[in-house]
Structure formats: C-alpha cells, structure tokens
Design a protein. Structure first.
Length: 676
C-alpha cells in the first residue's frame, strides 16, 4: 500500500495551519464575474473543500476597473462586494479547508479599452493597446491592491494570492519583455521589482500579520527578454522580506510559444525550477503545472523540491482527489487529461468552465445525481466514453444497467487517442471508467453485438444507443487500393510507408500526422529532456538565458507527410483555442506540408492525384490515410413512429458524428442518466 504521508501532512504557518500540502490552484470559472452566480461558485468550491483539499485559491478578482480581464469583470473594491464572497468562504470553511482570493490585474491582457501596463506595448494575443501607467497611477494601484486585500479579509478569506506570473500586470513590470521604463519602476531588477514589493508591503500593513499573503511568481518566463533565474531569486528574496507567507510557482506567459500545461507536456515538467528557488527562501514554496496524480505530488514533497503541490484542473476533474488519495483509492481518481477543451478553451471564449471528464464541474447545482425511487432496467449499447458515462451515472443512481460492447474492451475512440504521442493521459480516463463500471455494478458484456430483437426480448425499460462512429471512407477512383487506410487502421498498427498523405485536417488528421512523425516504438510519454530540447526550454534550473529559453533541436521525422483538406480555411482552425497552436507548431517544425483547398481526384499505384490552385498534380506516395470525418452507427435507432417496448435514447457519436467530441459525448451520457 503506497503512503502519501508527505502531501497529507499539515503545514503550520505559525498563526494558522493548513491541513495538508495540497493546493487547488486558481482558475477562472466564468462564475466569479457576476454576483448572481456566487451560489453556484460556493457549491463548486464547497464540493472541493468537502473532497479534502487543504487550500483553495479562488481565481481572477481585479483590484480596480483597469485590471478587469473582461468588461465588468470580477472586482473587489467596495463593501458591497463582500456578501457574495462570504457565500464562498463559508462553503469552504464548513469543511475545514482554507481559501485565498487571488488578486489579478490583467494589465495589457485586459480585453477592454481601459487596459494599462508598465509600457504601452500591445500584447500579441490582444487587440487592445494599453496605456503606460504614470507614477501616480502606479501608487494608486498599489493602494487598490491593499484595499482589495482588506475587503477580502472582511469577506472571510484566509488570505490573498497576488498574481505575479503568466504575463499579467505585475509580470509586465518585472520583465524587460514589456517593461521599457527609465524611471524608478523600470531599468534594473531592483527597480522592476519595486511595484510588486510595494504591493506586498502595502497589503501586509493593511491586513496585519495573521493573514496569508501568497505570491505567484513567474519562475520561468519563456518569452524573449524574460528574466534569468538569478533575477527570479532576487525577486523571491525581496518578496519574502516584504512579508509574503507563501511563494507559488508560475510558468510561462500566456503569449509564450512553448506549451506549459497541455497534455503533451511531461508531468511535473517544471518542478526543478521551483526547487532551485526554494533553496534561497525560507517561506513555504508551492510547485505547479502538470501535476495530476498522487505519486507525482508525493515525490515532489518527499524529495524536498517543494513544500506544497498545486493542482487546478485536476480538481475540476475530481473534487475528491485528496480524500481518495488519503484512503488509498487512487485508482478511483478521475484524472485530468490536460485537454483544456472544457476549461481553458471555455474561459478564453467567455463561457462557463467545466471539465471534459467531469461534466458536473461548475454545474454542481444543476447536474445532480439523485438516487432513483423507481429503479429501471437500462441497456447501454456501446462502451465508448458516452456509453460508459451513461452507464456509470445510471447505475450509481440505483438502476440495473447492462452495457453491451461489440469489441473485446471498452474505451471506444479513446483506445485510438491514447496511442497518439502526447495523449498518454487518455489511458487514465479508460482506467477510471473501468473502475466505475465495476464499482457501480454495471453488467458489462464484451464481444457482444446486440440487435433490437434481443434488447426487446430481455425486457429493458430504457435503451441508450451509444454505438459511436465509424471512419468515413474516401469515395474516389482507386480508393479501395491497399495503400489507402483509415485512421483507425493506422492507430491500431497498420504498416505505413515513408511518403504519406493524410486526408482531412481536423483533430484526427493532426493526431494521425503527429503519430506518424515519431518512430513506432518511441518511449511514451516523451522523456522530459527530449521534450525540453524539442521546444527550446533551458534544462538548467539555474538558467542564465533570458526567459529560460534556448534554440529548439528538432529530431528528423521518420516520414514525409502531406496534410490535406478540401476547405480553403487555414488548417487546424477548428482545434482547441488554447492547444491548437501547439499541434500546428509541431507539424510545421517537423516539415509537414499543409495544403488547403485540395480536390481529390484518384488513387493510382504512383500516389494520389489532386487538384490544387487550379492545377492537377500527382503526389507520389506510399500510403494514404483517410481522416475525412466519421459516420454515425445508427442501426439500432428506431424509425420514426415505430413502436418499441423500451424507450430509446441516442447519445454521443451515434447522435451526431461531426468531429469526434468526447466533451459532448460524456456530458450527454451523464445528463441523460441523471434524468432516467
């Protein structure tokens, strides 16, 4: 039995104690910005506190109007704001957890015309150019921070976190990347750090000693002209002297072209930089980024690399992460797969955040699983994520559920996704659902292809059709040739030649292209050192390079690949907002030729004839991989007005093929099962 004694050990801060070393980090959920959503926000945080986490950091509250992330964003600058926040602090304290309110001034990342920064330099990810703050504006902003912290204390928060990383306002002062000032707020590091140091001093003077001040410091900027580790350490020591209680880790700016939290980033990829800073300060230090399972968290604390571990998205995925760890039920953890599809992608589109693998996240008051008073016999046909979601929720509510799967294992399309380089975390979702199927008592029948007559004969009350999709075939001359393969065949191990065309540039086309770039027996997941070389991250924790970057070293791909699409729009435009650029960059730096507006004419022994830019041309190829969409499997769906003994429901890919959408599939399964 594995011990997790180090992460479960209390942390004594002198004036208060945090019951364990696990921190739920800040995330913007989309509920913070409107007072009428605070009951939902309280339920969301209350569930995580009930789940055992020691410290929660509520994200993204601005100290003034200029600091808004969005117009009329969440702000704490008047007594009228306090009652709503008390709902949140009460919900957390009821379960013995502590909560900090993060004070975040967006600076030039503010998506509004009032934005300000250290210098009037527009961010590459924002259409609004900021105004340069005057000396008096800087001093007024420092006071705004102090007033904001004081109001947070009145609202019942145990402390505040000052957001000084990810490229927001304080980071914009700390780094030469944006700060081009020549007055007392710019120039050398002593001047550049004056702004955050004065903020900490002002807050400490306002709130007294018995109040947590956590500072999230960028320990690796990953942008041009960013700070060196020596400068990071100077800042950290100055912040400690100014009065912080905890030092948290921030990695990378939002505009950085190096991924920091997507699935392909190795677990705990940045902990060495946190460990380097920890050697130079005496306040407790928190590690963050791509920590999602207890063994990784335990190793970080046990080895002395950090005093606490912060996870944000893993608590969207499973609010009971800590309690499951404490009772050695790690196999029951619904693991964050770092896909960003329902969390960050939603946040950056101004939608309410949730979680692909846990649709209840941020919907705790709306998607509720209540024990049924009238148990039914429920058949679920299809063991992909839609079917497993429906089956486990229905069974947890007390229904007698039978799951029919035609193949020899459950998992559906996730069994294909999990072999794509950088998507190894998908193994965890399949493991989680398998455990849930067993625990909720679902009768799982593998290698069983059922027809309607069998379902009717067995007397089910409800039948859920989750039969998913099959790859769409290419319908041109010669498309039945042996060198034409479906994406499913390729991901299952079919032999692929050296020169390849991938037809279809949706998510699957990009996945298959990345799969084909790498040797078939490469280590999975990608070793950290190899990932650092590929993306140009300085591996030296005491880096002297500005921003901690170096020249990327890209290994030669094992194939020549064309990625083709019929549409004339840019390739990959439909990929996730926060992760799509990573996939596009991967293909580009590995020499994948990406063509749009392609018409497919014929397959011959020589290759693929296409029309591109008004001209016919032959792409000389060994293999053609078809990723041109999917078709729903609907053979069990009753026809309109057809009489059936059971009530039929269609979810997931069987309902709508389109692009594969696990987020929709899992949510549809859960929502349907919650109503049965």
């Amino acid at each position: 039995m594995t011990s997790y004694a180090n992460i479960l050990k209390p942390l004594h801060l002198g004036f208060t104690t945090i019951k364990n070393r696990v921190v739920m980090g800040s995330m913007h959920s989309g509920l913070e910005d409107r007072f009428f959503n605070y009951p939902k926000l309280a339920a969301y945080f209350g569930e995580r506190a009930k789940g055992g986490v020691g410290l929660i950091i509520m994200g993204g509250i601005s100290p003034n109007r200029q600091g808004w992330l969005l117009p009329a964003g969440g702000t704490m600058n008047s007594l009228a704001d306090i009652p709503h926040h008390r709902l949140v602090t009460h919900a957390v304290h009821k379960h013995g957890a502590k909560i900090l309110m993060q004070i975040l001034h967006s600076g030039r990342y503010g998506y509004h015309p009032f934005s300000v920064s250290s210098s009037p330099i527009q961010a590459p990810i924002n259409p609004f150019k900021p105004r340069q703050m005057s000396d008096s504006q800087i001093l007024a902003t420092i006071e705004d921070y102090a007033r904001c912290a004081s109001l947070a204390k009145k609202a019942g928060y145990d402390g505040v976190e000052i957001m000084g990383s990810e490229g927001y306002l304080i980071n914009q002062f700390l780094s030469n990347h944006v700060n081009k000032r020549t007055d007392r707020w710019g120039g050398d590091i002593e001047n550049r750090m004056r702004f955050p140091v004065e903020i900490v001093k002002a807050i400490r003077a306002k709130v007294g000693e018995k109040f947590i001040i956590c500072f999230r410091l960028s320990m690796l900027d990953l942008v041009h002209d960013g700070n060196t580790m020596q400068e990071v350490i100077i800042i950290a020591k100055a912040l400690e002297k100014a009065g912080i209680t905890l030092l948290n880790t921030g990695i990378g700016w939002h505009e950085a072209r190096i991924p920091t939290i997507v699935t392909s980033v190795p677990r705990a990829a940045f902990v060495d930089y946190t460990a380097e800073v920890k050697q130079h300060v005496s306040v407790p230090v928190i590690a963050s980024n791509r920590i999602n399972m207890p063994d990784v968290a335990e190793e970080i604390v046990a080895s002395g690399q950090a005093d606490m571990v912060q996870m944000a998205r893993p608590f969207l995925a499973d609010p009971y992460w800590v309690n499951k760890t404490a009772t050695n039920r790690v196999d029951e953890i619904n693991t964050c797969i770092a896909c960003n599809q329902a969390c960050l992608d939603h946040a950056f589109k101004n939608e309410r955040v949730s979680c692909l693998v846990n649709p209840q996240a941020c919907f705790e008051t709306e998607l509720v699983y209540i024990k049924t008073k009238k148990p039914k016999r429920v058949a679920v046909v299809g063991g992909g994520v839609a079917g497993m979601s429906a089956a486990t929720v229905a069974a947890s509510r007390g229904h007698a559920v039978t799951l029919f799967e035609a193949n020899n294992d459950v998992g559906g399309q996730f069994n294909l996704a999990k072999v794509v380089p950088g998507k190894e975390e998908f193994h965890e979702t399949i493991r989680y659902f398998k455990v849930q199927l067993k625990q909720t008592g679902v009768d799982v029948r593998l290698n069983t292809k059922v027809n309607r007559e069998q379902l009717e004969r067995e007397g089910f009350d409800e039948v859920v059709i989750a039969t998913g999709v099959v790859p769409r075939t290419l319908k041109i001359q010669g498309s039945d040739a042996p060198q034409v393969l479906s994406y499913a065949e390729v991901l299952k191990g079919a032999k692929v030649g050296y020169k390849v065309a991938v037809i279809g540039a949706g998510g699957i086309g990009f996945d298959v292209s990345e799969f084909l770039l790498k040797p078939p027996h490469q280590p999975q997941p990608q070793p950290l050192a190899e990932w650092q070389r590929e993306w140009g991250v300085d591996p030296n924790p005491n880096y002297t390079s500005k921003g901690g970057t170096q020249r990327p070293e890209v290994e030669m791909p094992v194939r020549q690949i064309y990625l083709l699409q019929r549409k004339t729009t840019p390739l990959g435009i439909g990929l996730g907002k926060t992760s799509g650029w990573v996939h596009r960059a991967q293909l580009k730096k590995h020499g994948v030729r990406m063509l749009r507006g392609v018409q497919y004419k014929a397959v011959t022994d020589e290759g693929l004839w296409v029309e591109h830019n008004g001209h016919d041309q032959l792409l000389r190829l060994d293999t053609i991989v078809v990723c041109a969409g999917q078709e729903s499997v609907k053979d069990l769906v009753p026809r309109e007005n057809e009489t059936t003994l059971a009530k039929y429901h269609v979810i997931g890919g069987a309902k709508l093929a389109g692009e594969l959408d696990a987020k929709r599939a899992i949510r549809e399964g859960a929502e349907l099962a919650a109503k049965l």
